[in-house]
Design a protein around this ligand. Sequence first.
Ligand code: ADP
Ligand code: MG
Length: 658
Amino acid sequence: MGRIRVLSDVVANKIAAGEVVERPASVVKELLENSLDAGAQRVRLDVEAGGRRLIRIVDDGHGMLRDDALLAFERHATSKLSDVKDLLSIATLGFRGEALPSIASVSRLTLETRSADESTGTMVEIAGGRLLKCEEAALGVGTTITVRDLFFNVPARKKFLRSEQTELAHIASLATHYSLAYPQKGFELRHDARELLNVSPVADIRERVFQVFGAQTLDELVDLGARERLAPADPDEEPRIFTLRGFISRPQVQKLNRNSIFLFVNGRLIRDRLLLHALASGYASIIPPNAYPFALLFLECPAEEVDVNVHPSKTEVRFRRGTVIHDFVRDTVREVLTLARPISSLPMHQASSPAQDAARLPYSEFSQRVENADYRAQAEREALQFADQAAPVPGDLPEFRLREPQQYAIPGRLDFAGAPGPDENRLAQTFVEDPGAATARRGKVPDTHGPLPPGLAAEPSTSLEALRDLKPVGQLHDSFIIALGPDGLWIVDQHVAHERILFEKVLRQMAAGRVEKQQLLVPLVIELTASQQVEYQRIAADLEGVGFETEPFGPRTIAVKAAPADVSTAETEGVIFEILEIAEKELRQTSLEEIRRQMAASIACRAAIKINTPLDSTRISWLLEQLAQTEFPMSCPHGRPIALRYATRDILKGFHRI
Ligand code: ADP
Ligand code: MG
């Protein structure tokens, strides 16, 4: 007798479950996707013990016919595909017919469902893949699936589960992000009867973002609107339209990992390296290389353009035109960041009540709240700590010295002379509204979303457009430029500002093939290590491209005959070593283009005005003017902020005038 046997369905399903059901959140994902595929308008999730004890989903979708209710648990049973050619145009979230049998093979599952076409419903009970019960039941239209004791029969898998809080955090994140992808539907999530998410149907993503994250986070995000790109089609095909929607964070929002990046392709939550890379390229030299943005991207493309049948959990996709999509995403991100030109505002310490804090909880803390059941107590403790912090003693403050103080009036100055005594608030209000009104008149921030609900209006003019109108008043510690703007007080880091100016200048000159350089009076001879020599040979032409004229000089040395105009002779050797080091480090990971950017960054950093350098008013004005003309005046090539703004509104708040 041969040795090969065909596995029983029970074993096959359990094997499939290994891929499909990794953890409680994967069950939630499959069940949510099924409910959405069934056209549900509202979905409710109840979870106990991080999803290990119980996951129940209740939907108001179209339900299942009696015969289908049992069939759904057969392997590869699906109502969503019938033919191989359907695989090329999948419009539903599910299609493999694997989820229900897989989940049922590793849990105790109950299905209760009724279709509108039948007068009674069906109840099916399965445990560890074995059918226990199948009977008629009086039910409303829709489907309820209850999954208990996940992995009760797979002890090995159970051991790999993380803490209850971690599993719950995954579930919460998943439900939240599906809710963002489907704003027109309602979502509820409860854990041990505690409500974690409850959002009613709304008109668009923006409102959903507000429901989920609150106004503060919405302020930190830039709306992409709806962007479209036409892909060149084959001669016999219609041109393909790709659409990108969503939100990306302003540069000052910097996350330590990718957990705040959510990518959806045709409404399906996916992990995709191509899209992640495109996003990172969009943010290159705007945030530090080891920081990540918050991003919610929804890409819509014709079903034939994307293969979703790559992995059993359907979280990976393959694009037919990867490059087109990559560049589309990268360009959109960059464009939107350029337009928004957002800046950092000065962090303000405010002691607020825990209740207020909870109301405008940024997402990171939302998930922390999930992780930390004791959130409220903690928030209270923190609030107390805030209150306890002693006000700074004047003697502790660094000396505030203004160089060459000048007489500048604050544009739109406050006139307290005629202020009606106690009712100062009104006056403050008018002032605060002013820049917004002005911006609206200039039409710089078109609101394409119609009126926002009260309290949602973002603070206007966080734009660096204001840079153009800055009036410098002096320098703090010979390092930071203090300036007055229409929207508040600005502090500009002179070194990073100049760095950004030079960086863009070098990049522009490189692109045009015309770099300014200076001949050295005496060639500079530099000795290289073995690996530096290898790198040197690889990038010699690029060194030339940024303005270094070099040539081999003896076996281990090179002679530098010219250097970029902005780099002093004293810095030349340092810059060359730095560039060789960059090339070596980036050898395996990055493109030549990225190395060029880093070369430009290195030159800019070495050549830029240092801190602790006194500047006269002409230099200061020149610097601000040049900065205003840069493409990304908000952060240096390494991602540090260039300018901080102390908004008039915050100043008024600080003085309790509003
Ligand atoms: P797939 O989603 O890949 O088709 P599943 O195993 O997830 O496979 O589900 C099997 C079938 O069960 C689906 O094709 C669908 O017809 C039916 N089904 C599952 N969940 C629901 C639901 N919530 N409402 C209605 N039908 C459902
Ligand atoms: Mg499914």
